[in-house]
Write a protein that binds this ligand. Structure first.
Ligand code: 9Z3
Length: 318
């Protein structure tokens, strides 16, 4: 499979139409929080797509509901971070993730009185809705969260680089928390047909190419002083730690969070150059709806503080 460099990738794949708007939002957000000496974390979340047609009817997708990223974003906000939430369009988002499907509508009651109709929250739902709503309102009133979204792998890389360029000024106060499930494969632009593939032409032969390794320039060029955490997803336990260690070594990230698809909601291993630390939720914690992201984020915030201290960075308290 042919591969290209990341420079070639950006030269060939044009930025998405809303790119300049998103870049302005990222720039304003980073400058505002930098002014106050705040810490900013870029949380990436959800899976990227690889379109099989320019007018896309079909695409290859990477699995992720966005639970990890959306939940982690909430925990970073609680820890006093400003959050850039870079997510796959229509994947889970912080706060609203608690009320997916029909849950929200089931919490409401309606008094249908024509023009004087009223809608209220059912008394037994107030305890569920109020704490989430309070945290949501507080985060938005403080301007502490910025949402930007992607769909394709190319859009993801354009946004990732732009966010990194805006974060670079923050030095060690910036953190990257790369939880999105990013495709390793793609189809170069000039090999993607304009229109929907036709079955009348027979079974298509689709050749995927290797995505250039963007995780490398992240640390060496784009945000050299940031605390970079990436995620390693495997389905074979035997590969998990060796692959996480290899990624750590290759990309020089500070930490790789290793997880298996099958157990990702109750077990992860935080792998750093010196140690491996397992976080496992008990059966009771799982039943009680405890987020494993709370423990992941707590530990990462602790080591990020050490990283900043080593870099001599003064940070405003949360
Ligand atoms: C992860 O490993 C995430 O934890 C999950 C979260 C995608 C499993 P959900 O959103 O799932 O809770 O449903 N993300 C990183 C996946 C990835 O693509 N990693 C690359 C790799 O493993 C490196 S960046 O090679």
């Amino acid at each position: 499979m042919a591969s290209s460099t990341w420079e070639e990738f950006f030269a060939v794949h044009l930025p998405p139409p809303d790119f300049e708007d998103n870049r302005s939002l990222l720039k304003e957000f980073c400058e505002r929080h930098d002014q106050y000496g705040n810490k900013i974390v870029l949380v990436t979340s959800g899976g990227t797509t690889v379109p099989l047609e320019h007018n896309t009817v079909r695409f290859v997708d990477n699995f992720s509901a966005g639970t990890r990223g959306a939940s982690s974003a909430e925990h970073f906000l609680e820890q006093g971070y400003a959050v850039i939430f870079m997510h796959r369009q229509k994947s889970l988002e912080p706060f609203t993730r608690h009320f997916t499907g029909q849950k929200l509508l089931d919490m409401l009651e309606i008094q249908d009185r024509g023009p004087n109709t009223t809608i209220s929250v059912k008394p037994d739902s107030v305890d569920v809705l109020a704490p989430v709503l309070l945290r949501y309102k507080a985060a938005h009133a403080a301007g502490a969260i910025l949402h930007v979204s992607f769909t394709t792998v190319s859009e993801y890389f354009w946004l990732l680089r732009a966010a990194c360029e805006c974060l670079a000024n923050l030095g060690a106060r910036a953190m990257l928390y790369l939880a999105a499930a990013v495709s390793d494969f793609y189809i170069p632009k000039d090999r993607v047909p304009t229109h929907k593939l036709q079955s009348a032409c027979g079974a298509p032969i689709i050749q995927l190419h290797l995505v250039p390794k963007m995780l490398a320039p992240l640390v060496s060029l784009w945000v050299p002083e940031a605390y970079v955490v990436s995620f390693k997803l495997e389905t074979d336990e035997n590969l998990l730690i060796p692959k996480a260690r290899a990624a750590l070594e290759k990309y020089k990230h500070k930490m790789v969070v290793a997880n298996l698809l099958q157990t990702r909601h109750h077990r992860v291993i935080l792998v750093s150059p010196d140690i491996s630390q397992e976080i496992v939720l008990t059966r009771e914690e799982v039943h009680a709806g405890v987020d494993i992201e709370s423990s992941i984020v707590c530990e990462i915030v602790r080591v990020h503080a050490l990283h900043m201290r080593l870099a001599g960075e003064a940070v405003s308290p949360p």
